[in-house]
Design a protein around this ligand. Structure first.
Ligand code: ADP
Ligand code: MG
Length: 139
């Protein structure tokens, strides 16, 4: 079977336009990898939520979207910044906690949409979130 090689891409997130671009390209990548539209949309939502958090809390950062198709296909999202870091990760993961008058559902909701979700963060140093979604069934 010949399939186009899907490349990993990184976007510098400095404004809402960058979030929209990363979200749109992430959606396309997920569809190309074989995710259904509803599943690819979940991936796009996660890119959008993590990107918006970068802008809101850290001002700038990076989002990398990597498709893997070698064995069992999966897509990996890495969102990283050198912002203020997260003081209470457990509280953020529990949901409903916000420091910006938001809904406090972005991180906890993103975790539920993905298969793997890890946060590395240190106050004053920054935050790195890695999220993976696996393709369980080829379309
Ligand atoms: N990249 C980040 N850097 C620092 N703090 C963050 C970051 N992302 C999330 N947070 C913290 O986690 C809280 C919850 O985030 P989230 O679940 O997206 O909800 P909301 O953005 O609506 O507050 C934020 O209010 C903020 O305090
Ligand atoms: Mg948020």
């Amino acid at each position: 079977m010949v399939s186009p090689r899907l490349a990993s891409r990184t976007w510098s997130i400095e404004g809402m336009v960058d979030v929209v671009t990363a979200r749109r390209c992430g959606l396309k990548t997920a569809l190309s990898l074989g995710f259904s539209t509803p599943e690819a949309t979940k991936i796009a939502v996660v890119i959008s939520e993590l990107g918006r958090n970068i802008l809101l809390y850290a001002e700038r950062g990076l989002i990398t979207v990597s498709p893997h198709s070698d064995t069992l296909p999966y897509i990996e999202i890495i969102a990283q910044d050198h912002g203020p870091g997260i003081e209470d990760v457990e509280r953020v993961l529990a949901g409903g906690y916000t420091t910006s008058g938001g809904l406090g559902k972005g991180v906890s909701g993103s975790r539920r949409l993905m298969d793997e979700f890890e946060i590395e963060t240190a106050v004053g140093e920054g935050t790195k979130i890695r999220a993976v979604k696996r393709l369980y069934r080829r379309r």
